[in-house]
Design a protein around this ligand. Sequence first.
Ligand code: PMP
Ligand code: GLN
Length: 389
Amino acid sequence: LLADDGGVAVTIFAEMSAFAARTGAINLGQGFPDVDGPEYIKQAAIRAIEEGRNQYAPGDGVPELRLAIADHQKRHYGLDVDPDTEVLVTTGATEALTASVLALTRAGDEVLTLEPYYDSHAAAIGMSGATHVTAPLLPGPDGFRLDVDALRAAASPRLRMILLNSPHNPTGAVLTRDELAAVAAVAKERDAIVVTDEVYERLTFGAEHIPIATLPGMAERTLTISSSGKTFSFTGWKVGWLHGPAELVTAVRAVKQFLTYTSGAPFQPAIAQALADDDTPRALAASLTGRRDLLCEGLEAAGFTVTRPAGTYFVMADSSALLGRLGLRDGVELSRRLPELAGVVAIPASAFCRAGSPTAAALAGHLRFTFVKREEVLREAVGRLAGLR
Ligand code: PMP
Ligand code: GLN
């Protein structure tokens, strides 16, 4: 089933991390930080364990976390969210995404994503039996931008859901207000639900993150998803959430009951505390800006053409100018050979595209590298990559 879209029976991230471990290469494939989040957040989880919060949490999530999520959305975006009826805590954004797609779509529906897309978006659509349609996000002078005409053309009367992602993995694009307005117009015209994956909401480098739920008339048809993994550097805790109209949240909750029932109890009060902290994500975004520049400059020096990302952990780098001299056909071949050629692992763009699609062809030379690694690791990687030239 999952192999129909992209050929992934094992996720590309697990595959590439295993590849890095096997070859001893620096893993710039899977995006996770090599430095944990703040000590006080760890201590809050330890305290919760010691205080006995070790049995099933409420199915919706613990009240203080739901409240903290609602406060966060009000404080940052002016969104009014009812913590009792409009929030659901999930086991990472991954569960929120999959449960939303399973709850709200079925065979015969069409679900539109950007392409390239985060792998679990396609897998969730595959599991629901809905049909996956895409609109390309391709590199130009202003970074990766949405092809608005292609978006409109891809939206048929059977469109049930638009599965959006901004800041965008793998391209690092942060959708502009105009792009979001185009998405909103299509959703309204086709009476589609928008499910928006905003896990990198706090990790932008000067660009403004605009939740599509803040656009006129969109809150009533939008489920907004985020996760503490990226914002606070605790990807292994798997505390995510979604919020939106009570009716949609109720439908997703019904599915969540049979996926995980409830999510990890002691991590939730710790993340509730963290969500009041705006300094930690701000400092992370600032330090990521420097690390992004370090990696981008290194990739350029090694002969890649780089589209500098406005957010996320990731940069897309085009190897087309290098391939001929290396005697390689495309980014997939380069990603297979990269550990041996340069002692680095990266992920080919094709892992985020439909097999044989025009977007896959347009991005055939591209690889995704993560820069959420310590500066000394990135310096070592850049030094190794320089040998490609
Ligand atoms: N969406 C995107 C765009 C991601 O990059 C990731 C991976 N971090 C996820 C969702 C999954 O998040 P979580 O670990 O909270 O399930
Ligand atoms: N989101 C991370 C990435 O894109 C990894 C998550 C995963 O391994 N599923 O690399």
